[in-house]
Design a protein. Structure first.
Length: 469
């Protein structure tokens, strides 16, 4: 297991004071819990407003994301040792979660983690310090044998090792197979890699690469094509000139396959369904420019504020604006009314997001299996409506950022087997990705990646060609 070195624990005689990074992490965790907020904006705001050193800020962030990722598993451990789990005060639970996470996942020396945890509990509820000491010492005694089983044979052990709910482990294994599922689940414990795509309206690939290097972003080429760049110096990239000046846009490498599958050309009439804040819209226009000129894009979303952001984004990047419409894309009649028939319809469907758990650590404990079935119904409605807006000879590209078969191959298969799927066929995507990624192409010719250590996220793409009216 990967080991991380914590900042030096501060000593005062036999008493340990809670380190600045841990103190900040507990405060952030409590804030996230009280507000029911997503972690990243809260962490960013808190760290930026703090006086923490860069090292302490990084460790505080790592603790917060780690605890949020493992929250349910950490609670299971606390509840196992607590006589009355429901009576554990939330602030005490925050501190215990953090210390147990350090012991089991960061392998912080037990003495330091236990004493820091006990001192943290003592600051919020002195009477609970004895309970905290007992719990943390029992965890420390068992740490060497964690995850308490063989993850390659025991699904409960894999759930503990990957800090995942058991139902999610079952789903991943059933849908991906044991090896891919294990890689995807374990990658969820890591910080997400950063990928960008060159904006050809502002720079060539070489110019963007050079400026990223000057920024200290440590760029390197990445699939799926020459315009995709991985930045190992993510912090430097975020604060660098290449991003600030719009030479690149941030987007996961596998997320770029959907626009590439659209294969837009100059003047192509494109309907971008679920356009959101416009990242894929920008990529579509960049690909079209590479073929000679911009496409004619209509971007639709049910949320007007997202389309407002899209317009600002496109303008700031120097990319030709898209026509925007706020509408319900499950209404086929509304989509058909937008035009005489589109060459390309890109459906970026709302999904469970299980391919992007590294970027949304709280999601694994907030989702329930029933959410997937509800989403399948919405996705099917979107694909059905989109199919009515594309002209004969055109293509519908269906895309998600999840790895479940139900939301991916299941939705596409049900569509093709139904009345609306008559006249459509799968357009294989082998030519849309390089040799390194051919393993993500299914036997049906669809793209289905899964997260791996240091690699791209999990995304699904299916191109459906309309062969007749």
């Amino acid at each position: 297991m990967r080991r991380e070195i914590a900042p030096t624990v501060q000593m005062e005689g036999d008493i340990m004071r809670v380190s600045p990074s841990r103190h900040a992490a507990i405060g952030i965790l409590s804030d996230i819990r009280r507000r029911g907020a997503f972690s990243r904006p809260v962490v960013d705001a808190a760290v930026n407003a703090s006086s923490l050193s860069r090292e302490d800020a990084a460790f505080a962030s790592r603790l917060v994301y780690g605890v949020i990722t493992a929250e349910g598993m950490l609670d299971n451990i606390i509840n196992e040792f607590a006589k009355r789990p429901g009576a554990v005060e939330p602030r005490v639970r925050d501190s215990l979660r953090m210390s147990i996470y350090e012991i089991l996942f960061l392998r912080t020396p037990a003495r330091a983690a236990v004493h820091q945890g006990v001192d943290a509990v003592r600051t919020v509820r002195p009477a609970a310090s004895g309970f905290a000491n007992a719990v943390l010492r029992r965890v420390a005694e068992r740490a060497d044998t964690f995850p308490w089983g063989d993850p390659s044979k025991d699904r409960d052990a894999l759930a503990r090792a990957s800090a995942s709910p058991r139902w999610l482990v079952d789903r991943f294994i059933d849908d991906l197979g044991l090896d891919a599922a294990t890689a995807a689940l374990m990658s969820g414990l890591e910080a997400p890699p950063m990928f960008v795509r060159v904006n050809p309206y502002r720079a060539t690939v070489e110019e963007a690469f050079d400026l990223l290097a000057d920024d200290g972003a440590m760029p390197q080429s990445s699939p799926p094509d020459q315009a995709c760049i991985r930045c190992d110096g993510a912090r430097e990239a975020v604060h660098g000139q290449a991003l600030e000046r719009g030479l690149v846009v941030v987007t996961d490498a596998a997320a770029q396959v959907a626009p590439l599958a659209c294969a837009p050309k100059p003047g192509s009439k494109i309907l971008d369904v679920g356009a959101g804040r416009g990242t894929k819209t920008a990529v579509l226009q960049g690909i079209a420019l590479g073929q000679g000129g911009p496409a004619e894009v209509t971007a639709v979303d049910i949320h007007g504020f997202k389309l407002d952001t899209l317009a600002v984004t496109m303008s700031s990047l120097g990319i030709p604006s898209a026509r925007t419409e706020v509408l319900d894309a499950t209404d086929a009649a509304v989509l058909e009314a937008l035009g005489d028939g589109f060459d390309i319809v890109l459906v970026d469907a709302p999904c469970s997001g299980l391919g992007t758990l590294r970027r949304h650590p709280e999601k694994r404990w907030r989702l329930v299996p029933e959410d997937i079935e509800r989403l399948v119904s919405l996705q099917s409605s979107l694909l059905d409506a989109a199919s009515r807006a594309v002209r004969p000879g055109g293509v519908v590209v269906y895309s998600t950022c999840t790895v479940t078969r139900a939301e991916n191959q299941g939705v596409v298969s049900a569509f093709l087997a139904g009345d609306r799927g008559d006249g459509f066929e799968v357009k294989p995507l082998h030519d849309a990705v390089p040799e390194d990624w051919q393993r993500f192409i299914t036997t049906e010719g669809m793209f289905c990646s899964w997260p791996e250590s240091g690699g791209a996220d999990g995304h699904f793409v299916a191109a459906l060609a309309r062969t007749r009216a």
